[in-house]
Write a protein that binds this ligand. Structure first.
Ligand code: HPA
Ligand code: MG
Length: 215
């Protein structure tokens, strides 16, 4: 069954940039505000509520860097607030993993974990993998396979954005924020050659921006 999510249609042009504030240094670099920060936050609050209901007493969050850091941070904050206000508080531990699924300019099926690949602390734990962007699902499939070898009690996956791509491995995901067309977006920790992570909205880059930060 397809998980509930906000579906953004192919025709959605985004909001005009001058309806929002954003860092001055990105003036001219953004085509449109695709998902405003406030909407992202409201959606994450809702995901946090589902997660808070689904997990028992503890939660090990495995944050996929770098793109997942904002999503992870805001999601965990919401889970903590819900816990304090509901009497069901999940003991939460946050761990980080950095992945490289691209080798040179090509996507690979091999999973390259940067940093400590020893995830033995996951044994017997309820794990939530938190990833900002899922496109082909290849990386997530490989990561899940790897995580399962450490014998966690259960593993669930939260993706803030999922691209509408044919044959996407939909079943990988337990919590989805937004489904978007297959286009390149930045902001809210998602980058274009390391730029735009400091933008709070999720945006589409302009031609000028693409050229300016091209490598
Ligand atoms: N934005 C940023 N990083 C990405 C994207 C995207 O749309 N897709 C895969 N990595
Ligand atoms: Mg990137």
């Amino acid at each position: 069954m397809m998980k509930r999510r906000i579906v953004i249609k192919d025709e959605w042009p985004g909001h005009s940039v001058d309806l929002f504030t954003y860092p001055e240094h990105y003036h001219d670099d953004i085509e449109s505000v695709y998902i405003p920060h406030g909407v992202i936050m409201d959606r994450i609050e809702c995901l946090a509520s589902s997660i808070q209901q689904d997990f028992e007493d503890h939660l090990v969050v495995l944050c996929v860097l770098k793109g997942g850091y904002k999503f992870c941070s805001d999601l965990v904050d919401f889970i903590k607030v819900l816990g304090r206000n509901s009497g069901k508080y999940l003991e939460t531990r946050v761990e980080f993993i950095r992945l490289k699924s691209y080798l040179n300019d090509r996507s690979t099926e091999e999973l390259h974990i940067i940093g400590s690949p020893d995830l033995s602390f996951l044994r017997g734990k309820s794990v939530l993998i938190v990833e900002a962007m899922i496109d082909t699902g290849k990386t997530m499939t490989a990561l899940l396979k790897h995580v399962v070898t450490f014998e966690p009690k259960m593993v669930k996956v939260a993706g803030l954005l999922v691209k509408r791509i044919p044959n996407m491995a939909e079943t990988l995901l337990d919590y989805v924020g937004f489904e978007i067309p297959n286009l390149f977006v930045v902001g809210y920790a998602l980058d274009y050659n390391e730029y735009f992570r400091d933008l709070n909205h999720i945006c589409v880059i302009s031609r000028t921006g693409k050229l300016k930060y091209k490598v």
